[in-house]
Design a protein around this ligand. Sequence first.
Ligand code: HEM
Ligand SMILES: [Ca+2]
Length: 337
Amino acid sequence: AITRGVQCPTGQVTSNAACCALFPIVDNILQAQLFDGGECGEEAHSALRLSFHDAIGFSVNGGKGGGADGSILAFNQTETAFHANQGIDDITDEQFPLFQQSGLSAGDFLHLAAAVGTANCPGAPRLKFFLGRPAPVAPAPDLTVPEPTDNVTNILARFADAGFTPEEAIALLSSHTVAASDVIDPGFTGIPFDSTPFTFDTQVFLEVLLKGSFFPGDGVPQPAEVASPIQGEMRLQSDFVLARDPRTACLWQEMINNQQLMQTRFKSAMAKMQVLGQDTSKLIDCSDVVPVPKVLADPIIKLPPTFTTSDIEVSCPQLRLPALATQAGPAITVAPV
Ligand code: HEM
Ligand SMILES: [Ca+2]
């Protein structure tokens, strides 16, 4: 095979010499320090969420923020005070000194961190990374980040204003397969959104559609949540309504047990999101610095123990549900992450 590209002083091959500087940042700053040696843990999850909360501060109609520019990191005092960014100061606090050490712009550092953190989650697609975002000029204004109490009309309108179709919005929500809540339920942290918060599988699309009966933490329903199917799991109201609304139900349901579809759609929606508001003609494709995620040995998902297909609240009747087996054993409780 012909090797195209350049060999870096550190040994790796990349398409552009400008990308060589990123390998030591990926290995020594992101993987070794931020992600505890390459884990799909709390920091990887939060780095992915942060890329969304940064990028979505944008409007195709103008008048909002700079999009995927790192403003939430550079101007963290301002943006972390917004209600929708509650709890996100944990990850901006961790990233800020590492960003300063890296020599990258805030946007490049934050969006590289999201791509690398996601790559630590088995089953994830290998996200792209483009280098060269200028320093952000100002914080994003408040009220650009969707809230879990928002209705479907408002959520889709905000995504559309930022340039995303409903299909892309649902694709981006694949991220809730590696996610947990720290602030919805007062006094309880790390409450996962599906039973496999360390695996980038399609389990979340299934579990959000199952009949719900539990509230995690102290068991008191909060305004942002609705009953979940599994003890210890949280179901966001926004995920619940998006999974059932005629405008998005089929986009949601077709992800169930379709690892390939989820990966393809998530990868392309993330590629768009991570350069939102940027002049892409000035960016360099450094995607080959992103680690290759582990492939799932078995991407075929199962219903949680005791559930059957009749517990699925089918909301897209025109689409046939995949045949799913049920995991053996008694009802499970999911542990905090
Ligand atoms: C309708 C849009 C969305 C809403 C309403 C929403 C809401 C939330 C909420 C309330 C949390 C829990 C925060 C906490 O209690 O700590 C959360 C976590 C998370 N969200 Fe979203 N989200 C949305 C879209 C997205 C998108 C587009 C992404 C990424 C592309 C994303 C990635 C994540 C991740 C990875 C977490 C877990 C963070 C962690 O475990 O530390 N979300 N989301
Ligand atoms: Ca999962």
